[in-house]
Ligand binder design. Structure first.
Ligand SMILES: NC(=O)c1ccc[n+]([C@@H]2O[C@H](COP(=O)([O-])OP(=O)(O)OC[C@H]3O[C@@H](n4cnc5c(N)ncnc54)[C@H](OP(=O)(O)O)[C@@H]3O)[C@@H](O)[C@H]2O)c1
Length: 349
């Protein structure tokens, strides 16, 4: 299975290349700088792998680079700045598309801009195939089957340890800093709105005796869940300490001087908990929880599995949320060997 990796010289892409090789796929390294692609191929232990140079402002070159690939896995953030160009090229090349984006407004524009052209071209686009959006979106679908009809879903993220975010994550945060400071979108009454005050200011994690303070944070799941769950309200939150730390972007020259991302030991020591609290129209409450470690390693596993499934199993053409493209239980089950677990419990998980 020939899979193009766009932005193949980056940190996340290095983990994706390793995962593609582990899964027996044939990666094609694509990006804007051949010297950096060559370094990436050597680092990944695949110096002989095919490399193709195409910048995002060269539509024809990009289409040609993707043309004979079954899928492209785009790791080139900030996606707000260059993601559309890669999707446009994937659609023109007839190539299935996934990316690792977490940028909420970008994600919304992908659904708004590319649903019709992707549908006409017979291409499936699944943005935000990352450690959080995929399992949380799939879990939300399972919760919605258990709590019917659903009135509200609240998604909250908690991440402990793991060292500093990657340089690419910091650049993506800087490119979307206004959205982060204002809390992003809330889905309410059939549309996505900005500036909606949060209903919750604290969340009690399972097993914790004290609640944790949370604030609004622009998560991708607010955009994807209402695509397949009939729900009146979806809001997204993150631990207040995390939000505060990310609301003051580092100057670009400081980011450039940082390590490209956490090392293996830091990634192994990281723990994430992603919660979905569902409230039914009858007031019934149910909580779903996804737990794992290593957000970047998990993203590599999830994005590769998403691309593989689009190629091997197919999915309806268009722009799809994870739960529209993949069977929730089956996809979540394949994450268990990678230490990503999930469960649905009562109001306290
Ligand atoms: N849960 C989540 O939300 C989640 C999880 C994991 C990753 N991510 C996202 O994944 C992205 C990648 O992170 P990373 O750490 O791998 O970043 P990185 O190390 O900075 O790599 C970025 C890659 O994209 C390329 N690139 C950037 N802008 C480009 C442009 N305008 N045109 C062409 N190529 C461009 C870079 O090429 P050069 O080498 O030529 O500069 C590089 O190959 C980030 O946006 C991050 O937020 C999100």
């Amino acid at each position: 299975m020939r899979i193009a990796v766009y932005g193949a010289s980056g940190y996340q892409a290095g983990l994706v290349l390793a995962e593609l090789i582990r899964r027996g796929a044939e990666p094609v390294l694509v990006g804007r700088d051949d010297a950096r692609l060559r370094q990436a191929a050597t680092r990944a232990g695949m110096a002989g792998a095919e490399r193709r140079v195409a910048a995002t402002d060269d539509h024809r070159g990009l289409v040609a680079a993707l043309r004979d690939c079954a899928a492209v896995l785009n790791c080139a953030g900030p996606f707000t700045l260059s993601g559309h160009a890669v999707i446009r090229a994937a659609i023109a090349a007839g190539c299935q598309y996934v990316d690792t984006a977490g940028e909420q407004f970008y994600l919304r524009t992908v659904f708004d801009t590319f649903a019709a052209p992707a549908g006409r071209a017979g291409v499936t686009v699944v943005p935000a195939a990352n450690d959080a959006c995929v399992p949380v979106d799939l879990l939300a679908r399972l919760l919605a089957e258990a709590v019917r009809p659903v009135e509200e879903m609240v998604v909250s993220h908690f991440i402990a340890g793991g060292g500093a975010p990657s340089r690419g994550s910091l650049r993506s945060l800087a490119a979307t800093i206004d959205v982060i400071r204002t809390g992003g979108l809330t889905y309410e009454g059939g549309d996505w709105r900005t500036g909606v005050p949060p209903r919750r200011t604290s969340v009690t994690l399972p097993g914790a005796s004290e609640p944790t303070e949370v604030t609004r944070f622009p998560l991708a799941e607010v955009v994807t869940i209402p695509r397949h769950v009939p729900v009146r309200r979806v809001e997204s939150l993150a631990e207040a300490g995390l939000t505060a730390g990310l609301s003051a972007p580092l100057p670009p020259e400081v980011v450039d001087a940082l390590p490209e991302g956490p090392d293996e030991e830091e990634r192994r020591g990281q723990r994430f908990s992603y919660l979905v609290d569902a409230v039914g129209a009858d007031g019934r409450q149910l909580r779903g929880i996804v737990r794992g470690s290593d957000t970047y390693g998990s993203t590599a596993v999830i994005a590769v599995e998403a691309a593989r499934r689009l190629v091997a199993d197919g999915a309806r053409p268009g722009v799809l949320a994870p739960a529209q493209a993949f069977d929730p239980r089956d996809f979540l089950a394949c994450l268990a060997p990678h230490g990503i677990g999930w469960r649905i419990g009562g109001a306290d998980g």
